[in-house]
Write a protein that binds this ligand. Structure first.
Ligand code: HEM
Ligand code: HEM
Length: 319
């Protein structure tokens, strides 16, 4: 615990003391006079929260796992509360001009996602209550075992999953912020930094998969389910790489900077109209593919666990 606190203080002071040149570019004093670099603080808080939850969900003690589940529920309710404040800001009524006819559907999409977050939060509260009242110790090794994922794969899966799920509604909102809104750049710092972190996490996961072999699919899956589950896993890895890459290339061709916390990353690409094509992928093609593939992945996992009552596959990743 002391180690975690010390590391957090070190990272926070690094950000607070970083060169004034970065600071001036990204975070000039806001009209509201908030604390400096608040966008990096928020980003850091979101990332640390995702890792803390991912760690706790796989803790040996059932009480700590219940705390992890409760924090995940709290995050879902946080998303819902955030939508409330978005609505209060009036942005949904006055968004950036639509670029495609389907953009008119964005406010509805955001409301659907807020509804899913609310239902998810309620379901997680019920799960947490069960974990508090009854639960067994989970003794995990770091490496994957024959029939279940080890701690490293699990923490990487859940940290990535939480951050990715957070990025979908926040990305949609990013594309709706009016051009002259004072918080536009700050908001993009959060979106782009977390996008790059997700990219880093998937690379770390691919490297880890080479060291600790991925599991064969669960034996209880029917032949058709095996095919679907395998394709969904491969496609999810592909999307986890393609989405941040298209985001970076689109941004760079458009002539905008990419940020990693306070650091402005150079663009290795010239300004060009190609941003439209990359944007088409980042904002439309891949986003809708995500709904289908991730939807199938999550619904498939939940169906297998709660309808087919085969909890072995589910327990390979979380317990
Ligand atoms: C609430 C949401 C989620 C649930 C319940 C869930 C559940 C699971 C489960 C149970 C497995 C293990 C499947 C098996 O091997 O039998 C798994 C694997 C996987 N999940 Fe998820 N997942 C969720 C969200 C996500 C998200 C958001 C992503 C990425 C965007 C993701 C990507 C993956 C990948 C790539 C694997 C394959 C792991 C490997 O074999 O290397 N999952 N998930
Ligand atoms: C896994 C990572 C990422 C996910 C899941 C994600 C998701 C999204 C989504 C869903 C949108 C809304 C699209 C729309 O409805 O119009 C969006 C917009 C955007 N994304 Fe990402 N993104 C990711 C990474 C990145 C990265 C790494 C960058 C840049 C370096 C980036 C830059 C942008 C920008 C600039 C917009 C707003 C475009 C506009 O103003 O219309 N994204 N993102």
């Amino acid at each position: 615990m002391t180690h975690i606190l010390k590391s957090m203080t070190a990272i926070l002071s690094l950000i607070a003391l970083s060169p004034a040149s970065y600071a001036a570019e990204i975070s000039p004093p806001t009209p509201q006079g908030w604390w400096p670099h608040f966008e990096s603080m928020i980003t850091l808080a979101v990332v640390l929260m995702a890792f803390a939850i991912a760690w706790l969900l796989n803790h040996a003690s059932p009480k700590w796992r219940a705390i992890g589940t409760s924090l995940a529920a709290l995050s879902c309710f946080g998303i819902v509360a955030w939508f409330g404040s978005v609505l209060a800001s009036g942005v949904l009524e006055n968004p950036k001009p639509f670029q495609a006819p389907m953009d008119a559907f964005k406010p509805t999409l955001l409301w659907i996602q807020a509804g899913i977050a609310f239902v998810g939060g309620c379901a997680l509260i019920i799960v947490a209550a069960g974990q508090f009242s009854k639960g067994t110790r989970l003794v995990l090794s770091n490496a994957n075992e024959a029939h279940r994922y080890g701690r490293v794969s699990r923490v990487l899966h859940w940290a990535t999953a939480l951050l990715f799920l957070f990025m979908i509604p926040t990305g949609i909102f990013a594309s709706m912020i009016p051009e002259d809104a004072w918080y536009r750049t700050e908001y993009n710092v959060v979106h782009k930094t977390i996008g790059l972190i997700i990219f880093g996490l998937v690379i770390a996961r691919l490297v880890w998969n080479r060291r600790s072999k991925r599991l064969a699919l669960d034996a209880s899956l029917k032949p058709m389910e095996r095919k679907l589950a395998h394709s969904a896993h491969v496609l999810l890895y592909a999307l986890l790489i393609a989405i941040p890459v298209t985001g970076y290339v689109m941004t760079s061709h458009h002539g905008y900077p990419t940020f990693f916390f306070l650091i402005e990353l150079p663009s290795f690409l010239p300004e060009s109209q190609a941003y439209i094509v990359w944007g088409l992928f980042h904002k439309y093609v891949l986003q809708y593919l995500v709904y289908i593939i991730l939807g199938a992945h999550i619904i498939g996992a939940l169906k297998h666990r709660f309808i087919d009552k085969h909890d072995t596959a589910f327990k390979r990743m979380v317990s």
